[in-house]
Design a protein around this ligand. Structure first.
Ligand code: GLU
Length: 279
């Protein structure tokens, strides 16, 4: 009896370690983008950006999620063949280079710097860098006012880079791993403003729990051309570009914008032309 118990426990340990390997091991990743047939595709998205990429108790939602799902379908993968993976701003290039994801749709701006290590399809949305401040704060009237402020942004983002290089080099910039972490600081008063794309900020400001607490500056400080990141040299780029063109042509793009960015009353730019990256 005792012996049986031990072997059952040992079997459980073996079973557990097999499961862990199958779930986490890169070698076991069975995605093979471009040729489906019961296989999976792994897509990197944000998990904490309402309206764009969000993990909710009901599943994954947002404009990036809808764009990625549409693209995956055109590549031959149904929605239940998609494996979603969190792609934080600072991790995106590495995730692609290591092959941990097949592509990334995560408010990922196309930049010459990033194009040295990854390729981009798109763009599929044009956003602009802005600031989010507490609703009762009237001291930030222009980007220059940020120079005397405690500003929060995210490591590895163009938003943080732009602050340091040109927008407000004298600001006290704090870099957090995610924008949702910045939000907590903005609410408590630990920071004065959160800066990133207006598309992301609009999503936060419209959340039920934050209603009336925050407001956007409306500064349009930069152009952020969202692309779909792929591994450098990947033949997925051309296929994804074709899928994005289809998405605009058949109006699925408009539907996805309306559904995901409409509730935040985000004033979106028209669908960009493939390859038209605004500087
Ligand atoms: N679009 C900008 C970027 O790619 C800011 C948003 C983000 O960090 O995802 O860096």
């Amino acid at each position: 009896m005792k012996l049986r118990k031990v072997s059952a426990a040992a079997a459980a340990v073996v079973a557990l370690s097999i499961t862990a390997t199958a779930c986490g091991g890169d070698n076991d990743k069975d995605s093979d983008a471009g040729s489906s047939g019961g296989k999976k595709i792994t897509i990197g998205i944000k998990f904490d950006q309402p309206g764009l990429g969000q993990k909710t108790p009901q599943g994954y939602a947002g404009f990036d999620v809808d764009v990625a799902t549409y693209v995956a379908k055109k590549l031959g993968y149904s929605a239940d063949q998609i494996q979603w993976k969190e792609a934080k701003s600072a991790d995106r290039e590495t995730l692609l280079q290591r092959g941990d994801v097949d592509f990334i749709a995560a408010t990922y701006s196309i930049t010459p710097e990033r194009e040295k290590s990854v390729d981009f399809a798109g763009p599929y949305l044009l956003a602009h860098q802005d600031v989010l401040v507490r609703a009762d704060d009237n001291s930030i009237k222009s980007p220059a006012d940020l120079n005397s402020k405690k500003l929060c942004s995210v490591t590895g983002s163009t938003s943080a880079q732009n602050v340091k290089e040109k927008l407000a080099p004298k600001a006290q910039l704090q870099q957090y791993p995610t924008y949702s972490a910045c939000l907590t600081g903005l609410q408590s008063g630990a920071i004065d403003a959160l800066t990133t794309d207006d598309s992301i900020l609009a999503g936060y400001a419209s959340q039920a729990q934050y209603k009336g607490k925050f407001k956007l500056g409306g500064f349009k400080m930069t152009n952020e051309n969202y692309g779909i990141g792929v591994k450098k040299g990947s033949d997925l780029k051309a296929k994804i570009n074709k899928a994005l063109e289809d998405m605009v042509a058949d109006k699925s793009w408009d539907t996805a914008v309306e559904k995901n960015l409409g509730p935040a009353e985000y004033k979106n730019e028209p669908a960009p032309k493939i390859g038209d990256v605004k500087s």
